[in-house]
Design a protein around this ligand. Sequence first.
Ligand SMILES: C[S@@+](CC[C@H](N)C(=O)[O-])C[C@H]1O[C@@H](n2cnc3c(N)ncnc32)[C@H](O)[C@@H]1O
Length: 423
Amino acid sequence: MKSKSLQELADSISASAKTLTDYLTSNNLAQPTFEVGAPQAWPELPLDVMKARSELCDASKLMNILGQGNRTYLTWMVYSQADYGALQWLSHFNIADHIPLDKVISYADVAKCANVDEAHLRRLARNAIANNIFCEPRPGHLAHNSVSTLLRSEEQFRDLIAFILEDNLPWTAKLSSAYERWGKEMGSRMNMTAVNVAEDMEEDVFSWMARDQELMTRFAGMMRAHMETEGHGVELFVKGFDWEGVGGGTVVDVGGGFGHISITLAKEFPKLSFVVQDLPSVIPEAEVQCPADVKDRVSFQVHDFWHENPVKDAEIYILKSVLHDWNDVDSTKLIKNILPAMKPGVSKLLIVDGVVPDPGTCSLHDEKPLRTMDILMMINCGAVERETDGWKRLVEGVDDRLKVKNIIRPPGALNSVIEVTFS
Ligand SMILES: C[S@@+](CC[C@H](N)C(=O)[O-])C[C@H]1O[C@@H](n2cnc3c(N)ncnc32)[C@H](O)[C@@H]1O
């Protein structure tokens, strides 16, 4: 493979940085910086500017590796687990809360307020600063930068850090042991995963977690933080399918959680009615949270998707962020439970989930998050983020009347919309 030279990468960075800066300036939008108060995410961008941003991310990443040298890059990538330790400690002891947003504060004062040892705080915070989280504008004094304010303002970020770095990291370390135990059968059942080895238990991870309320709270916060990351916006999902073309009728949102997809669609498409199905632990609260203006067209129903779907002949059955939690055997059962409700030639299945792009077919910036999620799913529940072939094999293998008609990844979205017809 021919790789780009340092100079070519530098040119690419320079060109894409200019495209981005010009776009923000001409649209009166704030430039990204590390100052407190700077934007925490990019605004919606037109396609060419979005492409420039992906090029900037890819080229600067490769430039960084070349700049370090391969041996140094790989070595310090492995050691970066120490950085995770520092971040986890700083988040666990809520250090960000004790640093004012608008002024500097001495390490001694932060240590006193947070009730931690100053020497440890200094070492751990300086590690984070070396990763551009917090800053030390004058010796012995801490201050926020735009990155560290996320730890202060967003409770769910702390849950994300706690769940991934305290709970999940030890599971990650057991991936090879799990493979040694089960070989290619690893993950073929939800209780044959790295979590089972790490925790020395034989349940599936969700049943096991359900007994630990604190762990469940961290998990829920982590999910909230995850859903707020770029690419998860509900409006992106709306763009991935011709909703106008459905006309009117019923949409069933299977495993729909709090129904935020159905609620968004109900607001945009007044001729459609929605049934959000989920477990008894979810539905009562979901019903309470449903906004009054769509309550007449969004109903909630307790339904366990391991049983046949009770809503017959609907126009659309949505499975959003559901199937990536389950291996092919379970996903097949799940889809089979919807089939008897579907009306041939009318009902469609809309699967909204990651479709991992084939290597080299898009920027690393667009591919890498899905590759990361794929391995997280492998570690945690033996599940998978599927590639195009994997989705086709799964769906069309359930029943030969099901056909994948279209796969659309709306620009900027992490997930794709997989349109499946039923003849
Ligand atoms: C990852 S969440 C996705 C939620 C929603 N579709 C979304 O995209 O926000 C998976 C959902 O499946 C639900 N679920 C899990 N097991 C279920 C079951 N046996 N029957 C119905 N829903 C279930 C969970 O409660 C959760 O709301």
